[in-house]
Write a protein that binds this ligand. Sequence first.
Ligand code: F6R
Length: 250
Amino acid sequence: MKLIEVENYEAMSKKAGEAVIEQVKQKPNSVLGLATGGTPTGMYRYLVQDYKKNQTSYHQVHSVNLDEYIGLAADSPQSYSRYMNENLFDHINIQKEQTHLPSAGASSDKTEGEKYENLIASLGGIDLQVLGIGENGHIGFNEPGTAFSSETGVVELTASTREANARYFNSIEDVPTHAISMGIATIMKSRQILLLVSGVKKANVLYKLLTGEINEQLPASILKKHKNVTLIADRDALSVVKEKEGSVSR
Ligand code: F6R
């Protein structure tokens, strides 16, 4: 895992945005794997600003998102479909029919999950996957204990993830209990991965990731086996690593 240490959230967002732009310039018909949540919003802002300024084209790009809640309407304010439109797709020239999220109406693991796996395969696989990390080490919505061999399917959200995401809902009771998520094996097939980590809330999990073993209890730890992962982490996210180790090895 290559570590890029940056000062703050804004610097992380810029570095990540630059990597996405570089990818799209190198390969205009790239397949981008995209994430939602608080972490990548700054990166999306950077991409939108760049688009306005430099007209970087996304016309041939396909996107596949990591996950979607189950049980929310697609236009519900908290749905990831709406998040993607508002944060990115409505502001660049990506073709909406080339943007994909796993289906929110998914009721059975198999059909929806397999459909999404087939879609990714038919697009030729993911060129660049953007990831955030949960405070419990999840990637996508693959919670601790998920098999590293998992493929896309319906998952149950842990209490800690529902609590972490309750900030977007009126109350914790409104946070869906299930989601459909790209599997860990699916994520690992991506040719390149950008893992973005910002803020003190992620400092403990980042410490565990960087110093601990590869273990299904920490889903993100499998990324250490991937050949092309860039971790972009800010000073706050690295604070526990620094405190415990004095320095960070790159
Ligand atoms: C989002 C996703 C999640 C988030 C993670 C961190 O599509 O798959 O794994 O990346 O929960 O969320 P934030 O960025 O809100 O801290």
